[in-house]
Design a protein around this ligand. Sequence first.
Ligand code: KIV
Ligand code: NA
Length: 264
Amino acid sequence: DKPVTLHELGTRYAAGEKIATLTAYDASFAALLDRCGIDVILVGDSLGNVLQGHGTTLPVTMEHMIYHTESVARGSKRAFVAADMPWASYQESPAQALRNASRLMAAGAQMVKLEGGAVMAETVRFLSERGIPVWAHIGLTPQSVHALGGYRVQGKGEDAARRMKDDALSLQQAGAAMLLIEMIPATLGAELTQLLKIPTIGIGAGPGCSGQVLVLHDMLGIYPGKTARFVRNFLQGAESIDAAVRAYVGAVKDGSFPAPEHTY
Ligand code: KIV
Ligand code: NA
């Protein structure tokens, strides 16, 4: 199978094919996702929650992200590998962001993801113009959980929706390759997707996005903590983990996931 490159993602996006994304943190699951047709594997800083047992992503460090990115990159042969920039590894300055993003790229990432709206546009431009594809993450940004007052739906109401559209446009203008939109009303998810020329990958952002992502441990139903409304357990009724992941890819591609019960 053809390797998934940024160019290939653009081709699939232009053709209206939904982009199926899951997180992974190790070589075995990366290989499993890879053979089951996942387009993009995200080494998420959700590893702070699902691997380390923390209540937030704030304790995750560059050293953790590098270790898991190296592991995933060894396991994946075909899928596009993206890595999260952890808390406080990029907010200080574009130079700090480049220094840390380049370590993730050297570890095997093909794109980095960072949280924040227009305030991060300068940094997105700095990295993009220097050869690092950037996936910008807006809506519920878990690294800002304390500023947001908890894991709550974002972009509700006209003003908040307008601000989010402005954020999305500034990030696109700055050269972001993709946009992650988390936990927002489905109508806003569809509007953002219409507005932009880059793919939107949604998690709790409705079926109108260019693709979907879930945390691996959530979609396998093995995370012991509270799971959000947008999660579906794909292992339920499946005969194996491979079958669950293939069912997820199928449901994203044919638009049957997320269903109304997974949206806001
Ligand atoms: O860290 C992560 O897994 C993420 C996804 C929830 C989008 O950022
Ligand atoms: Na993340």
